[in-house]
Design a protein around this ligand. Structure first.
Ligand SMILES: Nc1ncnc2c1ncn2[C@@H]1O[C@H](COP(=O)(O)OP(=O)(O)O)[C@@H](O)[C@H]1O
Ligand SMILES: [Mg+2]
Length: 348
């Protein structure tokens, strides 16, 4: 979608509200016209005029950008949960990504666009301005919130709850106590999906030094077979050894790699429970929700529940749709939010 800078004042009857989830690995959008789309958070610019001719477009997104990584300058703008400071390429990439997401849901330049954008909690602290700069050219009104808050809002979890969003680069925690969460109510740790991938990669390198695999393959193994606790049967994957495909047993390593993120997640959750008024801690324990791609790890909710149950009755659940939970929540927020909360970008 083209930028809006010079577009004339639009009629307010033609509004579109959108919720956008800008993630390290995946970005998603939910729009008030019912459309929902997601794209892997990669942006690629053709390296030179030859590659531009070959690729036939000035910028590529998602899997297409990744597949053509040899002929594009490839950027994963929120790689560590934040826009890397001072690198305008990352900001530009976020901007392109937002324009692309709006285009995917059929947003028109002539529409007045109200966007709530969810970003990793750390990014909200460090890069709020950069994110606003990146988004503002496409939208008329904007609010930036943390991803776990968006997911919590979407589930109606506004009070006495904890949301744990396990993404690629970061795990974000947000506590809900009946008001808009502040910095105090949120925290971020870097033990998340990418960390599991690295652990698994090294364990498999130790066990199968002759086998030929890379981190992308390891991530695919994880997404197909992740688990914590116990698993029925063996997990076997195909990996080439000296050019021949062989079956490899990775059952034990998979469990250990997935479990490697648990101590930090459990410790932080306990600390956050302890921050609630003692009278409410019992309620909070029964209101713990996992979101993000990492929430798909088999047995995860039960495992965390069992550990935390040692201190009192605990209930841990998983959002129904981890791909769209934050975008849907951001859209719900965009639809409910009173006028005065919006930042009117046209007035500035
Ligand atoms: N079935 C699965 N089991 C374990 N991890 C998964 C599964 N599906 C996705 N993931 C992991 O979830 C992470 C991405 O989650 P996501 O919420 O999209 O992250 P982000 O918000 O950081 O973009 C990646 O590390 C991905 O490998
Ligand atoms: Mg996310």
């Amino acid at each position: 979608m083209a930028k809006k800078k010079s577009s004339p004042k639009r009629s307010s009857s033609n509004k579109m509200r959108v919720g956008i989830d800008l993630g390290t690995s995946r970005s998603a959008i939910s729009a008030s016209n019912g459309a929902r789309e997601w794209v892997a958070s990669y942006v690629g610019w053709p390296k030179d005029f030859i590659s531009e001719k070959v690729l036939g477009k000035p910028v590529l997104f998602g899997k297409e950008a990744l597949d053509n990584r040899l002929s594009v300058e490839l950027v994963r703008p929120l790689e560590h949960g934040v826009i890397k400071e001072g690198i305008s390429r990352d900001e530009e990439a976020v901007q392109e990504l937002v324009g692309h997401l709006l285009e995917l849901v059929g947003a028109l330049e002539s529409q007045e666009i109200y966007a709530v954008v969810g970003v990793p909690a750390e990014s909200l602290r460090a890069n709020k301005l950069a994110i606003k700069r990146a988004v503002q050219d496409y939208v008329d009104s904007l609010m930036v919130v943390s991803e776990p808050f968006a997911a919590a809002y979407g589930r109606g979890l506004l009070n006495n709850a904890i949301v744990i969003d396990i993404g690629a680069g970061t795990t974000d925690f947000c506590i809900m106590h009946g008001a808009m969460p502040t910095d105090e109510d949120q925290r971020t740790i870097v033990t998340a999906g990418d960390y599991i991938d690295q652990q698994l990669y090294h364990m498999l390198k130790d066990k199968y030094p002759e086998s030929d695999f890379n981190i992308n393959m390891v991530r695919n193994f994880k997404e197909a077979h992740s688990y914590v606790g116990t698993v029925k049967g063996k997990i076997e994957v195909e990996i080439p050894v000296a050019g021949r495909i062989m079956l490899h047993d990775i059952t034990e390593e998979m469990g250990r790699a997935c479990e490697s993120v648990l101590p930090a997640i459990i410790e932080n959750t306990m600390e956050l429970i302890a921050k609630f008024d003692p009278e409410y801690q019992e309620i909070v324990r029964e209101n713990i929700v996992l979101a993000g791609g990492g929430s798909q790890i088999r047995g995860l909710a039960k495992y965390i529940e069992n550990v935390l149950s040692e201190d009192g009755p605990t209930k841990v659940s998983v959002v129904d749709d981890p791909v769209y939970a934050s975008a849907d929540g951001a859209l719900a927020l965009a639809q409910d939010m009173p006028e005065e909360y919006w930042e009117d970008l046209l007035k500035e």
